[in-house]
Ligand binder design. Sequence first.
Ligand SMILES: O=c1[nH]cnc2cc3nc(NCCN4CCOCC4)[nH]c3cc12
Length: 375
Amino acid sequence: MTTPIRFELIKTCRQTGARLGILHTPHGSFETPMFMPVGTLATVKTLSPEELKEMGAGVILSNTYHLWLRPGHDIVEEAGGLHAFMNWDRGILTDSGGFQVFSLSEFRRIEEEGVYFRNHLNGDKLFLSPEKAVEIQNALGADIIMAFDECPPYPATYEYMKQSIERTSRWAERCLKAHRRPNEQGLFGIVQGGEYEELRRQSARDLVSLDFPGYAVGGLSVGEPKEVMNRVLEFTTPLLPADKPRYLMGVGSPDSLIDGAIRGIDMFDCVLPTRIGRNGTVMTSEGRVVIKNAQYARDFSPLDPNCDCYTCRNYTRAYIRHLIKCDETFGIRLTSYHNVYFLIKLMEQVRQAIREDRLADFREEFFECYGFNKP
Ligand SMILES: O=c1[nH]cnc2cc3nc(NCCN4CCOCC4)[nH]c3cc12
């Protein structure tokens, strides 16, 4: 079988063990570590494909659960798939919907065959199974699709977690069997196990034995402290094949991206940049700026003095504060553009630091500047 997804390891940072790589997909090849902007409903909110391209986005996410409900995967398939539907000719990854079921729907019942829950929009009864999740993703046509898994809440007992990962491993096998387009869409397995090393080992062993073209570390960024995430990554990423891509789901903030790359992660996604952008919070090289604050009313400097993005080259904090205060749509376009650009450029700096074998030094400098080290 010709796998449509191939990871090329370029080098490993001598200071940290972080990896510089290239992710080859049917819609282009993209350097890693990479940040993938999230476009849940087939749009990275407020941004056009041209804007995403000019800032250097390579792979973007869309979501199986949401697109299944609206507009329906049949309509997207009829449009020629997600790339045609949303006019995006680079990489697309779809999450499998399991996480949304657990995070959006209160009433749900997990059985061996799948999950029974309610449509979060109208309360209708719904059922998602490994087979259904793969069928929807085959119709959507993303380059990378995710196995249907259970992402247990944090914290979860060892006993609960053990039976959950064993079911997730059985579901992963069912996803492989149900996958109709293995030569065009790479199916990634998702390692679970919470904070329990033994269960992470068992989950990784099960999934690696199924030989997926790539692996996600799931079950993180669900409310656990950052130290727990970092510890779990330290003993989980080494269990995954070095020649396959490693994807940390739902992460994240600038410090988590750097710390994840140091621990061997190649791919990240998070709604953070557009989510906080919509309420007027921006990430800058000197820490977060909440633009509505009165202190910016007469501040005619850019959001970030060290940023060369479209927003920072053309508009001031005072102007953007005015737009956000007046609920002008252009305001959240400018903050969203800057935030996505900021994380994409941060990963460029991380890749350059890996090339120069100095990612630990870069982490020190960035954390100092951003204020993470401040008490
Ligand atoms: O195990 C998982 N399996 C499949 N999809 C996931 C998606 C996930 N997304 C997060 N975290 C997202 C946290 N966001 C941070 C910003 O605010 C919104 C939530 N954790 C995740 C875990 C999984």
